[in-house]
Design a protein around this ligand. Sequence first.
Ligand SMILES: Nc1ncnc2c1ncn2[C@@H]1O[C@H](COP(=O)(O)OP(=O)(O)OP(=O)(O)O)[C@@H](O)[C@H]1O
Length: 294
Amino acid sequence: MIAVNGVNKSFGAAHVLQDVTFGIQPGLMTGFVGGNGAGKTTTMRILLGVLTPDSGRIEVDGAPITADYRAGIGYMPEERGLYPKMSVLDQLVHLGRLHDMSGAAAKTRALALLDRLGLGERAGSRLEELSLGNQQRAQIAAALVHDPVALVLDEPFSGLDPHAVDTTLQVLRETADTGVPVLFSSHQLDLVERLCDELVILADGRVRATGSRAELLAAHAEPEWELVTATDTGWVRDARGVEVLSFDGGHVRFRAVSDSAAHEVLADAVGRGTVHRFGPVTRTLHEIFTEVTR
Ligand SMILES: Nc1ncnc2c1ncn2[C@@H]1O[C@H](COP(=O)(O)OP(=O)(O)OP(=O)(O)O)[C@@H](O)[C@H]1O
């Protein structure tokens, strides 16, 4: 596991990372979310060793991260890093060779990756000739070409069309499935919700919440329930251990002192007629994000 441990960083008087602590587990996709200026890029740069923290440590399996390990990370920096005038394939091969791959192995791997990312036909094009979305795909291939020990990707999905998002996702998921820890930042909560195993929510340089989507939803769950029946639900107001929050004919939303109090309401409703829907009110990641970053 890669651990970001108690990291602090200031630029002048601005304390932009405050005791940032979280883990990136092997085999899992960890989404790093936060608004503009929250500190995601700064954290990633510290992880990669591009910036030095004022205090705190980056560890891999309990020991300080080494230069060797860092060299094996596939990094997609915010400022991107490929040469505009060089062909996509040539620079991928060049990057592979910088990581001690043979030219032939790097070429085979690069072509396979470009194919997977839907860029096979543009392998010979100069980067600057590609659309922004395709340049982005080339950047993703560049982070992956040397079979990285870990992946750290700054906004890898920005500018991708939905099809490219899906293929990129599949490629990242397959990489994670080989036991590689994957960290990526994103503003797109819907995407993060769809594809992340773990989430780290950052606001104003502090980690506000971490955990799987299910854990976050459970930790921030409201003990609220919803019941939809074919008949009037006005009687729920008189049920024991229940406070009705809203009520509209056959649709009632209520808070219950316990799960069993809520289930008694269900049993009562079933006795009275047809129940269309019953269950806890599920919240979206967006609601939780808004709440924890407020
Ligand atoms: N080199 C620097 N010098 C001074 N301030 C900096 C520097 N790099 C980052 N900052 C400041 O640190 C804060 C965090 O920036 P960072 O780029 O890490 O945020 P972010 O979460 O990646 O934001 P975004 O989603 O907008 O890219 C911001 O207030 C930014 O202005």
